[in-house]
Ligand binder design. Structure first.
Ligand SMILES: Cc1cc2nc3c(=O)[nH]c(=O)nc-3n(C[C@H](O)[C@H](O)[C@H](O)COP(=O)(O)OP(=O)(O)OC[C@H]3O[C@@H](n4cnc5c(N)ncnc54)[C@H](O)[C@@H]3O)c2cc1C
Length: 93
């Protein structure tokens, strides 16, 4: 994230598109995994509204969608990587 921030500052957001997409889907998935594990540790209590965990899980599940679905960001990264090997994903048949 620090590298991406430095790149955005020095050469602009367009040049850091791959880093930005990677951060968006990795962080959203880590957040979901951490919340899921916290719920599991709390057992049945974790899925009630007696703790904030169930609320956070419901609320933050959207993180894998609302700033662009995971698949869309992975597509950005994949296109960039494939382009380095001379493959243009837009022209695939
Ligand atoms: C809580 C919340 C807040 C939001 N806030 C904002 C906001 O402030 N500003 C704003 O502009 N929008 C906002 N949105 C909208 C958000 O940007 C869209 O929900 C998001 O871009 C996904 O679009 P969609 O919901 O139409 O899903 P769709 O585009 O219909 O996608 C549905 C599913 O299809 C799959 N999919 C879609 N495209 C591809 C692809 N290219 N390759 C592979 N699989 C794909 C994914 O699994 C995806 O989850 C918000 C959404 C939510 C839920």
């Amino acid at each position: 994230m620090l590298d991406a921030a430095a790149k955005i500052d020095s050469v602009g957001a367009a040049a850091a598109r791959v880093e930005i997409s990677t951060i968006k889907f990795v962080v959203a998935n880590v957040l979901q995994r951490v919340l899921d594990r916290a719920i599991q540790v709390h057992g049945g209590l974790g899925v009630t509204d007696d703790t904030l965990l169930a609320f956070w899980w419901r609320h933050e599940r959207g993180a894998r969608i609302y700033d662009g679905a995971d698949e869309v960001h992975k597509d950005v990264v994949a296109r960039h990587v494939l382009r380095q090997y001379g493959f243009d994903a837009r022209n695939r048949q």
